[in-house]
Design a binder for this molecule. Structure first.
Ligand SMILES: Cc1ncc(COP(=O)(O)O)c(C=O)c1O
Length: 399
């Protein structure tokens, strides 16, 4: 017979169960519905990415992990078309990588110009304000983009140290052209931040050629990986500004002078990297390299065009002018008399298809349809169009 342990080893009794005792052992294993994620993100993770995610863990300083980190960085440089030394996945979602750009290069009182043409431009403005930048904002109606002339005159007027633009505005479906913007920023001696959350892995993007100094993205859209490891890159020009700061970066977790040492030659411990998320993003980036960027961009464009044609055949109106439409995210106007949320709910409940409702100013006015990464496939477009046709008819819509 096993003797009772001495009192000092006895396990304390749980005094407050916090879960109904009858349910405690009957909570079953987790199960989730098989959704097709055609909204603004996340997109479905590629099956190979999910497999990588479930590989056995090693320690975050294990030589095998350190070697894998180098591969992640090389693959990420390819996806972003950059040679930037500091090119890493930030541990966190896109907003953490977004915050990392501002936290590292903005000092209190410095002028930061934000070109806002939607919800995420507004978020940049809010973040810059929290880092006590002197924030100046130029705005465009949601669905439109800035011209080079408009950006030049704003730079001339505000003379910022940093300018931030959203390349792919997920709230509107508009793609802000960035060619030439980096040259403008150099002329005005300011750094350029680009939000590439909805463009990386789906839309042509050339970080070095376009003179982007800081860019950030996410894992859960064009990379078809779960959320949690968010690409970040920083040019030497931006790093120089960071190195010359008189004080510390006011955010310990995102300070690239520290995080950069973990991802740099030193591999010095900073925080415990989310091991499996890094496996996952490595696989997602490997799949991009295997497909080839040009092929991938072409595939996204072709499937988006198939969708646009199908939506117009249903008599629906697309919100963004064709020239500036994102292939990864389409905004389509809700027809008069149709309850936007009832349509998205029915698509989800009856067909397991998720599309997004409008956000901010476009709430109730548009739906947002994402064709990102692994999900950008013709069969998904055809399936969605067929389901939407039925759901719209049930909602009383006649073309
Ligand atoms: C353009 C843009 N920027 C930033 C973010 C924030 O990313 P996350 O939700 O991963 O924090 C998003 C998220 O959808 C986005 O679409």
């Amino acid at each position: 017979m096993v003797a009772s342990p001495p009192a000092r080893f006895s396990v304390p009794a749980v005094t407050q169960p916090r879960i109904n005792e009858a349910n405690r052992k009957s909570v079953g294993p987790l199960s989730m519905p098989p959704r097709l994620l055609l909204g603004p993100g996340p997109s479905n993770a590629h099956p190979a990415v999910l497999q990588a995610l479930s590989l056995r863990q090693v320690g975050h300083l294990d030589p095998a992990f350190l070697a894998m980190m180098t591969e992640v960085q090389e693959l990420l440089r390819y996806a972003w078309q950059t040679d930037n030394r500091i090119t890493i996945p930030v541990s966190g979602t896109g907003s953490a990588a977004m915050e990392a750009t501002i936290a590292n290069v903005i000092e209190p009182g410095e002028v930061m110009l934000v070109g806002s043409m939607g919800y995420f431009g507004n978020r940049l403005e809010d973040m810059a304000d929290r880092y006590r930048a002197d924030v100046r904002t130029i705005k465009k109606p949601w669905g439109e983009v800035f011209s080079l002339e408009e950006l030049r005159s704003a730079l001339e007027e505000h003379r910022p140290k940093v300018m931030a633009l959203v390349h792919a505005e997920t709230s509107t479906g508009a793609c802000q052209p960035l060619e030439g913007v980096g040259d403008l920023c150099r002329e005005y001696n300011c750094l350029l931040i680009a939000d590439t959350v909805t463009s990386l892995g789906g839309v042509p993007l050339f970080v070095d050629e376009w003179g982007i100094d800081l860019a950030y993205s996410c894992s859960q859209k064009g990379l078809s990986c779960p959320p949690g490891a968010s690409p970040f890159t920083m040019s030497d020009r931006a790093f120089e500004k960071l190195s010359q700061r008189p004080g510390k970066v006011p955010n310990w977790y995102l300070d690239m002078s520290l995080v950069g040492k973990y991802w740099g030659a030193e591999r010095t411990y900073h925080h415990t990297a989310p091991i499996n998320m890094n496996y996952a993003i490595r696989e997602a980036l490997r799949l991009i390299a295997e497909e080839g960027l040009e092929n991938r961009w072409q595939r996204h464009q072709a499937n988006a065009e198939l969708l646009w044609e199908g939506l117009e055949d249903l008599g629906l109106v697309l919100h963004v002018q064709k020239q500036y439409r994102l292939p990864t995210l389409t905004t389509v106007r809700v027809p008069a008399g149709v309850d936007a949320k009832a349509v998205t709910s029915q698509l989800l409940n009856d067909y397991n298809i998720e599309i997004g409702n409008g956000l901010g100013e476009l709430g109730g006015k548009v739906w947002r349809i994402g064709l990102m990464g692994f999900n950008s496939r013709p069969e998904n477009v055809i399936l969605l169009l067929a389901a939407l046709d039925r759901v719209l008819a049930a909602a009383g819509y006649r073309k």
